[in-house]
Design a protein around this ligand. Sequence first.
Ligand code: FES
Ligand code: FES
Length: 206
Amino acid sequence: MNQEHDAGPGRSGVSRRNFLGGGLVAAAVTPLLTGQAEAKAAAAPTVDGVAQVTVRAAVNGSPVTVRVDPRATLLDTLRERLDLKGTKKGCDRGQCGACTVHVDGRRVLSCLTLAATTTGREVTTIEGLADGDRLHPMQQAFVEHDGLQCGFCTPGQIMSAVAMVDDEGGADSDDEIRERMSGNICRCSAYPRIVDAIRDAQQVMR
Ligand code: FES
Ligand code: FES
């Protein structure tokens, strides 16, 4: 089911319980599929006279067509155009990892990725990780180990950790987990529990 989105930022409340619990999956994707986003995007201006480009990608398993400024980042497109607010904007300059998503299964910093480069590719965000009501093992491990405090960094931590295990083969020691997760900063310093969660989750995933 395709929807075309012409413009327009949106707001939706996202609690950390929601994204961890998977309730956000339906909440975030449904507007894409029902045309609510299309309706609110009707006034899409051309920014600074720059013509928009059409991006067609699979986002969390659903085909999405969206017209964007060619300078738009994937992060802003996910959050402001597709209402997928689980992906966080921390530094917006590639330094914190809060914006980590998967493109074709690989972890990328969405603040440094142009949305226009994702045509024909599969984009997965934290909202697409759970299987219905069943949390991904990495999400479950973060819950069980209480691997978060404020939760702002957590979507990026989880997306990065999943790709680190699934796409890159995982880590063989706590030191290696810390090294390979070093691009994901936690201002609350929940690192010990994050490492515990990743260590446990990768036993299930490997
Ligand atoms: S928001 Fe992308 S790395 Fe910080
Ligand atoms: S839990 Fe607060 S920034 Fe990581």
